[in-house]
Design a protein around this ligand. Structure first.
Ligand code: MG
Length: 252
C-alpha cells in the first residue's frame, strides 16, 4: 500500500502537519542555519492556500516562525506547548506556570557550567536545550550531574529528556506533539470531510502518530524499525516530492 496522495490531493478540506528538522530540512550541525530554500518556501506557501498547513516542531515558536517565514501557516512549537495560527495564539498553562522555574534552573546551570567549555544553553522560553556536542567527553558526566541536581531542587516542576548530544529540559507535563495537534484541531472545528496527513522523522513524532491512528495518514521519515506510522519515506527529498505532487493536485 502506498501513501494516498491522490485522495489527499482531491479532498475538499485538507490538514497537512509537518515536522521541521529531519523532515523538511536535513539535520545539520548548526540548528540556526536550517533555513528553507526559496522554492521550498514558495511550495509551502502555495500548498498553504488550499490546505491548512501546520509546522509541528520542538523548536520555540518565534524561532520556527522566523526560519519558515510564511506568516499564513500554523505553527505548533516546543513539542505542542505553544500554538499560533493567524491572530490566535495559545500556550499550555502548565508551561506558563513553570517559566520562572525554568529561568532559575538555566541561570544556575549557566553559572555552574561556566568552566565547562563547549556547553551551550539554548533557552526556548518554555523549554531549554543543554547542548554538549562540543564538550570533552570525560566532562559530560559532570554536566549531567549538575543538570539533574538543579532539576531536583525544583521538585517535580521540570523534567529532563535526552536527545542527540542534548539534554532537553521541559515542564513536567503529560503533553507532546500529539496533544498539541489535537488542541490545534479543536481550533479548526468539526473534522467532517477533512483529510489529514502528518509527516515526521523521530521519537517525538511517534506521540502524534499514535494520537492520529485511524484519524489520518501518518508517515515516518527515515529507517527506524519501530514506528506507529502507517507509511514510510526514505528522506527529506521524498517528503518534498510528496508535497510537490500534493500541491500540483490541489493547485492545478
Ligand atoms: Mg524532526
Amino acid at each position: 500500500m502506498s501513501i494516498p496522495v491522490q485522495a489527499l490531493g482531491v479532498s475538499p478540506a485538507l490538514l497537512v502537519l509537518l515536522d521541521y528538522d529531519g523532515t523538511l530540512i536535513g539535520l545539520r550541525g548548526r540548528p540556526e542555519l536550517a533555513r528553507l530554500s526559496t522554492w521550498r518556501r514558495r511550495l509551502l506557501d502555495e500548498l498553504g492556500r488550499t490546505a491548512v498547513l501546520a509546522i509541528v516542531t520542538g523548536r520555540g515558536l518565534g524561532e520556527i516562525q522566523e526560519l519558515v517565514g510564511i506568516p499564513s501557516l500554523a505553527y505548533i512549537g516546543n513539542h505542542g506547548l505553544e500554538i499560533a495560527h493567524g491572530n490566535r495564539t495559545w500556550v499550555h498553562p502548565g508551561a506558563t506556570e513553570r517559566r520562572g522555574d525554568l529561568a532559575s534552573v538555566l541561570r544556575r546551570i549557566r553559572t555552574r557550567t561556566a568552566d565547562l567549555a563547549g556547553v551551550i544553553v539554548e533557552d526556548k522560553g518554555l523549554t531549554a536545550g543543554i547542548h554538549y556536542r562540543l564538550l570533552d567527553r570525560p566532562r559530560v558526566g559532570r554536566l549531567k550531574g549538575i543538570v539533574h541536581e538543579e532539576l531536583e531542587r525544583r521538585g517535580a516542576a521540570l523534567k529532563a529528556a535526552y536527545g542527540k548530544k542534548v539534554i532537553e529540559i521541559r515542564p513536567n507535563l503529560d503533553w507532546g506533539k500529539g496533544r498539541g495537534v489535537l488542541e490545534f484541531m479543536g481550533w479548526l472545528g468539526p473534522a467532517e470531510g477533512r483529510s489529514l496527513i502528518y509527516i515526521g522523522d523521530d521519537r517525538t513524532d511517534e506521540d502524534a502518530f499514535r494520537v492520529l491512528a485511524g484519524v489520518g495518514t501518518t508517515v515516518r521519515v527515515g529507517t527506524a524499525k519501530d514506528s506507529s506510522a502507517e507509511f514510510r519515506l526514505r528522506g527529506v527529498g521524498q517528503v518534498w516530492a510528496l508535497l510537490r505532487a500534493l500541491t500540483a493536485l490541489r493547485c492545478p
